[in-house]
Design a protein. Structure first.
Length: 263
């Protein structure tokens, strides 16, 4: 049997190669025009809020030649309370800047108050603890050094305090029992304070107003989700008698309720 002769399509491939080279040349020429044209030079910046960062260095640069992810990372470095910064081109000559602000989970008390998000990043906030309704974490003065805003702090005590607050916020039955203060004496000795509702007071209406009362709950490390669930169950179980409870201790295998009238 005679072998079939295979004819390699050299001519067709040469034509395709020429066309591709021509397209590359045309596209390259168009790109050079775009990155050099004055029409596409940045003249203004837009934002979703009043700009606090100086972005004037972007003006005059070509809108196509800008490395937007790189510029966004650069701007984010000067914005400690930003979780990220996003840039977008608005043709023909503007850049849109979107600041995604960190959401504070609590405040920490050091030499003054600082906001902290659920990841443990410390930053400044325009709101104050009394106006925010957020918990204040104390006892970290000797555990956080060289504070630098915008940094995440790998403190076990801070991480545990934040975990307690996150789990409590996720627990629906605790929506009326907001944690107001978290005192971190040590990794195995964390006390949360929950203000008691006025309706829970068992004092007669004719008596003068007493000092605001709190329910204290003590935590140790480990199984925080389970301990918050136990705290929720005990609070709802004893909700008519919370003013008589000195503290709830969850540091041991079995929860302990200490009543004020028990010596």
């Amino acid at each position: 049997m005679r072998r079939r002769k295979f004819n390699f399509p050299v001519k067709a491939l040469a034509i395709i190669l020429i066309i591709l080279l021509a397209l590359c040349f045309i596209l390259g020429y168009i790109w050079r025009i775009l990155v050099s044209a004055e029409y596409f030079q940045v003249r203004d910046t837009l934002s979703n809020e009043v700009l606090s960062a100086d972005l004037s260095y972007l003006k005059g640069k070509n809108i196509f030649s800008l490395d937007l992810p790189k510029e966004a990372a650069r701007i984010a470095q000067s914005c400690p309370d930003c979780s990220r910064v996003m840039l977008a081109r608005v043709f023909p000559d503007r850049i849109y800047v979107k600041f995604v602000r960190r959401k504070p989970l609590a405040f920490i008390k050091l030499y003054r108050y600082f906001a902290v998000d659920e990841e443990g990043v410390v930053f400044q906030s325009l709101i104050q603890p009394d106006d925010s309704g957020l918990a204040v974490i104390t006892g970290l003065e000797t555990k956080i050094f060289g504070l630098k805003l915008g940094n995440k702090y790998e403190s076990r005590e801070l991480a545990m305090a934040l975990l307690i607050l996150k789990e409590a916020a996720r627990t629906r039955s605790l929506k009326d029992y907001r944690i107001q203060k978290v005192n971190v004496a040590g990794i195995d000795n964390i006390t949360v304070q929950i203000p008691l509702l006025q309706a829970q007071s068992n004092y007669a209406d004719w008596k003068p107003a007493e000092k605001k009362q709190f329910l204290e709950v003590k935590f140790g490390q480990g199984n925080i989700r389970d301990k918050v669930a136990i705290m929720s169950g005990l609070i709802n179980q004893e909700k008519q008698n919370l003013n008589n409870i000195k503290y709830i201790d969850l540091r041991f295998n079995e929860p302990v309720i200490k009543f004020k009238d028990v010596k």
